[in-house]
Structures are given as C-alpha cells and as structure tokens.
Design a protein around this ligand. Structure first.
Ligand code: B16
Ligand code: MG
Length: 224
C-alpha cells in the first residue's frame, strides 16, 4: 500500500447534512418534497446530477430551462457555502486526524477524490490541506462516480499505480468507482450499502493504519 485516497463528504467530515439542508431549501422553493432518505441517493453524485434527480423525483424534469437550472444550482451552492463557512478542525470525523497522522508517519501518499468543487475550501477550514499530496479537481473530469476516473486521476497525480492504492468511501457510487479503478476499497457504513468493498467499517473511528495494512495484506494474498 503506497497511497490512500480519501473521499471527503461522509469520510473526512459530515458535509452530507449541509448538502441536505441546502437541497431542501431549493426543493421547497420549487414545491418538491425532499427528505433525508432522498438525500441518501445523492451522496457522491455531482451537483448537476443531484438537481436532475430532485427534479425527476418531483416530476419536473422538463419544467426548467438550462439557465433556470444553473440559477437553482447557484442558489444551492450559495446556501451550502454559508453553512460550510462554520467548519472548524473539530468537525473532522472521529479518527480521521489520527489516521492522517499515521499515514504521514508511514510515508504513505495521501490523495483526495471528492466530487465537490468546494473540497479545497473545506479541507482548508478543517486545517488538513497540508496532509494531501494530490487533490483532484472534479471540474477537470469527463465522468463522475461511479466512473473510476476520479480515483485513477488521483493515483496518477500521486505517481502511484492503482494496484498499490487503497481508497475510502461512504457511498455506493464511490465503492463502484474504486473497484473499477482496480484499487482496494474501504467502505464506511452499513454492510448492505457498501456491497463490493474489500473492507467495511461501521464508523470512521474504526479506521486505523494497522487495520488497513492487515486487511491489505490479506487482500494481496487472496489476489496473487
Ligand atoms: P459540490 P464527495 C460529493 O462529495 C457529495 O457527496 C455530493 O452530495 C455533492 O453533490 C458533490 O460532492 C458535489 O458537491 O456541489 O460542493 O460541488 O462525497 O465526493 O466528497
Ligand atoms: Mg462521500
């Protein structure tokens, strides 16, 4: 294991709640009911695809022009940015600060593969930006998760072969992307929603270098 690539939302910090509140604010404006269970399907999905999903749920997929959709996304992002302006180092999910520290001590490269255009701002506010050797710019990609492009780009930026990377995700689309990239997939969450992951932990506080390394060795023995 030469590199570990992190998803952001749901792995490093819990911005899913802020995405939920921001989309709910927009959905209410356009009279579409939106709840937390609907929000689950938007995890890891781009801003554009999230809006399309909400419009489809509300039977409004053909109701808005492209310009109107751009405006709705702009308003959602403004609301979201107000919420993330409150983020502080204490909003790191449990165990993540320790894991970043352990990886540094082991000379393992660290990458960020988040679909969020707000990711650099968020990791700056969490005061962990210096721990990352590569941060993928999602606007430079042709395809979002579950396509493997974001994880392959992170590995290329780190100068590490995908086969030597582990990646951590909390969303189904993300686990599929990691597996298609040929990497060791670590899922954070319930077994049923992390199908396909090589290692599943219930909470971020269970993520230690020791566990990742042990499971990585088992995975290598099974594969080769
Ligand atoms: P933005 P991740 C994803 O982050 C979120 O899970 C998803 O809900 C959001 O729509 C997407 O980022 C885009 O975010 O609107 O800030 O560009 O899980 O890939 O870190
Ligand atoms: Mg996520």
């Amino acid at each position: 294991m030469k590199a570990v690539i992190f998803d952001l939302d749901g792995v490093i910090t819990d911005t899913a709640e802020y995405h939920f509140l921001a989309w709910k604010h927009i959905a209410e404006q356009i009279d579409i009911p939106f709840d937390r269970s609907m929000n689950e399907n938007l995890k890891g999905i781009s801003r554009e695809e999230s809006l399309e999903s909400i419009l489809t749920l509300g039977g409004a997929e053909t109701k808005y022009t492209n310009a109107e959709k751009q405006e709705l996304m702009h308003q959602k992002n403004q609301y979201y940015q107000t919420l993330i302006s409150e983020l502080k180092p204490e909003h790191l999910l449990p165990g993540i600060g320790r894991l970043l520290c352990e990886l540094k001590g082991e000379n393992i490269k660290v990458g960020l593969a988040s679909s969020s255009r707000n990711a650099p701002e968020i990791i700056k506010r969490l005061e962990i930006i210096d721990d990352f050797h590569a941060i993928v710019d999602p606007t430079s990609l042709a395809n979002g998760k579950p396509d493997p492009e974001i994880f392959l780009t992170a590995a290329a930026q780190l100068g590490v072969s995908p086969a030597d990377c582990a990646a951590i995700e909390d969303a189904e689309a993300g686990i599929s992307a990691i597996k298609s990239a040929g990497m060791f997939a670590v899922g954070v969450g319930h077994e049923l929603s992390m199908l396909g992951a090589d290692l599943i932990v219930r909470q971020t506080c269970d993520l230690t270098f020791e566990l990742l390394n042990e499971e990585w060795e088992q995975y290598r023995i099974k594969r080769f």
